[in-house]
Design a protein around this ligand. Structure first.
Ligand SMILES: Cc1ncc(COP(=O)(O)O)c(C=O)c1O
Length: 431
């Protein structure tokens, strides 16, 4: 098999130089330039074919260039483009809110609101929670990632997204996040929350507790089975709202419309983005109708939120996610990958843990003493890329490989990817 680095790459080289000249270097990225993408495959500008196990960091659950999404966008293109929902309403916006509310578990009336990015959805969920409760405090967890805007960067727990970029937004408090592999249990996290209430902020000043049911960027850490429900009960006791950030874990990623469903929780507010748009930029907040409706007219909104093209794409994407056959095949794909990765962990000492929920899977890599090993992680990722498999890291210590394979990947795609991953581990850890 020819290594990707052995191919001549004149187009990549040219674009890499252009990128260096014109694009701010703070925007991270490899010198890799896409020509075409379909299903779980990407072809670059030099004709190299890659198998994609990252799916635009969770935006391609439906597969790249999903034909139904593409057809819906083309149809919308011929009718009208941007309108600004606050000025000229249009049906696709309403339909996306309805579908998003269908994805929100809980037996209560719900309403929705659309924005552009995950961070914008999270910012708005916090605004809504503060306005409804007339409180200002917001609790977030260790290992959290909620975005890069000022408020969401404040909530994000990884230093490399924050160093020198403050000062941060006030009234955010960080509580213990469960991380069973590192000995932090659900009980420890609940104790941490009580300590926070005792020492730093009284619960009656807290508007919301925000958490990712499966932490993404922080290391693909699924919350322990009982934790979200315990959080929900404690929050309800104190009139605090729960916000489940489903930006990465939602929209089919765990095999269900929301990861919250695995935990039998019904959060007051939920934030959505990434695969919600089937490849187009859109995000949203869904929540209890009385909470969502509490904000006065004009208190939430924006010029581009719920753009018609994105709504056309999201309508198809969410309907697919709500289809039980989509969920069944996503779950089957997750089970197949999980058993292959568990098998790999038995023969590769560097794999400390394989974890996840459905097809949202992470591999934590450790050294001989069980400490985070970002060097080996980076080597495995580099080896995989050179063999044509796109994988990506995660984790506060950058020692987790995340698997966000498009859920339309075939058995052959999965088998090929697993073989490459296994060889990449062997090469990175031998000698
Ligand atoms: C859980 C979670 N919340 C929020 C965000 C921010 O989304 P965006 O990059 O669209 O602003 C992300 C992005 O990875 C995420 O994973």
């Amino acid at each position: 098999m020819t290594a990707m680095s052995d191919y001549p790459t004149p187009n990549t080289d040219r674009l890499a130089a252009e990128r260096d000249t014109w694009v701010a270097q703070g925007v991270v990225g490899k010198p890799f330039f896409v020509e075409r993408a379909e299903g779980a495959r990407i072809w670059d500008v030099d004709g190299r074919e890659f198998l994609d196990f990252v799916g635009g960091i969770g935006t391609a659950n439906h597969g790249h260039s999903n034909p139904e999404v593409v057809a819906a966008v083309k149809e919308q293109l011929d009718s009208y483009l941007h309108q600004c929902f606050s000025l000229h309403s249009y049906e696709p916006y309403i339909e996306v809110c309805r579908l998003m509310c269908e994805c929100h578990p809980g037996d209560f009336a719900k309403k929705g609101f659309l924005a552009n990015s995950g961070a914008e959805a999270v910012e708005n969920a916090v605004k809504i929670a503060r306005y409804y409760t007339k409180r200002t405090g917001v609790i977030c967890l260790d290992n959290a990632f909620h975005g890069r805007t000022l408020m969401t960067m404040t909530m994000t727990a990884k230093k490399s997204y924050k160093n020198g970029l403050g000062p941060f937004a006030p009234e955010f408090y960080r509580s213990t996040g469960p991380y069973p592999f590192r000995g932090i249990s659900s009980d420890d996290a609940i104790d941490g929350l009580h300590r926070l209430f005792a020492n730093q902020i009284s619960p009656e000043n807290v508007a919301a507790i925000i958490y990712e049911p499966v932490q993404g960027e922080g290391g693909f850490i699924p919350m322990p089975d009982d934790f979200p429900l315990r959080l929900q009960e404690i929050a309800a006791e104190h009139g605090i709202l729960t916000i489940a950030d489903e930006v990465q874990a939602g929209m089919g990623r765990t095999g269900m419309p929301s990861a919250s469903e695995h935990y039998d929780t019904s959060p007051d507010l939920m934030t959505w983005a990434k695969s919600m748009g089937g490849g187009l930029p859109i995000s949203g907040v869904s929540g209890r109708a009385e909470v969502m409706d509490s904000v006065y007219k004009g208190g939430i909104g924006g010029t581009y939120g719920g753009n018609p093209l994105s709504c056309a794409a999201a309508t198809v994407a969410i309907k697919q996610v709500l289809d039980p056959s989509f969920q069944d095949s996503a779950k089957a794909l997750g089970a197949r990958m999980r058993s292959r990765l568990d098998g790999m962990a038995e023969s590769v000492d560097a794999i400390g843990e394989v974890r996840g929920l459905g097809p949202m899977l992470g591999i934590e890599i450790v050294d001989a003493d069980g400490r985070p090993d970002p060097t080996t992680t980076a080597a495995v990722i580099a080896n995989a890329w050179d063999k044509g498999l796109i994988v990506m890291g995660a984790g506060v210590d950058s020692n987790v490989i995340r698997v966000l394979v498009p859920l339309v990947a075939t058995e052959a795609d999965i088998e090929e990817g697993m073989m490459i991953l296994e060889t990449s581990f062997q090469e990175a850890t031998s000698g």
